[in-house]
Design a protein around this ligand. Sequence first.
Ligand SMILES: [Zn+2]
Length: 405
Amino acid sequence: MENKKHCVYCGKVIETKSKEHIIQNAIGGLCVSEDICCPECNACLSKSIDAPFTKIFAPMTSKIRNFVKTHNTKSNPSYKGFAQSSNDQQVYDVVIKEGQVVSSKKFSQVHKCDASKADWTILASCFDLDNDSYKNGLSKMAFNFALQHSVSIDLLKDKIAIKTQNDKVIDVKFKFQVIPFIALNPLDKYIELNTPMLLYHNLILFNENNQLWCYIDLFNTFQVYILLTDKWDSNQEIYRSYLQLLQQIDRDMPDLKNLDVKDIYILAAQYGVEPIADMKEFCKSIANVVQKRSLISNMADIISQKLSDDYFPTGKMEDMTPEEISFRLESLRFYFDENDRLKYGLYRKETLVNGKNFEIVSYPQWINKLSGEGAINLTDYTYAKFYRLVNYLNEKRDNSTKEVQ
Ligand SMILES: [Zn+2]
C-alpha cells in the first residue's frame, strides 16, 4: 500500500498525481515532484506565481540556442525592465510595453532623445528585488527544493500565507527573506566574472547552524539566497545541490536511427522508458529522456571545470598586493582539494573574509551584514553578471574567453 501524500497548500490527500516542477518548466526546469501538491493547487500556483515569474525571463529564454523547453508568453502591460541600446551598447532601466521600450529616463537624459524611437534589445525585468513576482517565484522554487529533500512542511509553513475561499486555495504568498548574492572572495569573483559563460540553473540547500538556506542561481546570472527557516535543528547538517545545464550538448545524443531494435530496447531499459507499439514515438521518448539526463550535471564537475591557470594570471600577479595574492590562494584552498576539485559542502555556504587570519563566515549572513552597513554595493556585481549574459545571448562574446568543453 502506497503511502498517500498530503497537498502542502490545501492539506487534502493527493488522490490524483500532478507534476510540480521544482524549477519552473518555462525556464527549462527538468526536475519534477508528484508529492508536493494536488492538481487544483498546482493549477492555482501555476497561474498566480509561475506565469508572472517566468514571463520575466521570456526575453532571455527565446534567445538561448538549443534551449530545452520554451513557452514564450506574449508580453503584457507595461513593466520595468532592462534593455541594451544599439546606440552605445549600454544597458538602461526602461519601461516596456507589449515587447517594446516605451521610455527610459536615463537614456533620454544621456542622448537627449525619445527612448521609444531608439533601437533596443530588451533583456529582462529581474533586478527589482522588491518585485513580488520575482520574489514569489524564487521562494516557491526554494520551498519545492526543500520539500523534495524531505524538509518538513511544518518548519516552513509559518512563512507561507495561504488564502482560501470555500475550502479552496485561491492565493499563496511566500514570505521568506530574499538576499541577493554577491561574490565576496577572489575565487567566486573569478568563477562568476572571468570564466567562460556556461548557462545553468543551480540550487543548493544547506543549513548554517539553525538557519536553513537555499541558494538559487538561474541562468548563471540571477543569484539569491532564500532563508527558509531559522528553526532548523543545528545538529542535523544538510547540504544538497542540483545543477542542470540549459543548452543541449549535441554529441551526447545517441543515434537511434542507426541502432538495432534490440539495442533500442536495451537503451530504453537503461533509461527506464516503457516500450510502446509505435516505434517512432518510442524512439522519441527515449531521446527525450536521454537528453534530459545528460543536462543534469554534478555541481562539482561543472565548477571544478571552471578553474584554470587564469586564476593566477601570469603578468597580472605583479600588480597584486601580497594580501591579495594570499586571499586568492586561501580561497582556493578553502573550496578546492589538492586535485583542484570542488570540495563538497562548502561552496556558497561559507566564505573566507580577508583580514584577520581569513575568518570563515556564513555567506548569506555576511552579505546581509555588509549590505546592511552599506559596505558593499550589490548593484555593480549584479550588473556585471547581467552584462555577461546579455553579451553571451547576443553572441558578442569576448574573444579572449575560451569555450568550456
Ligand atoms: Zn491542494
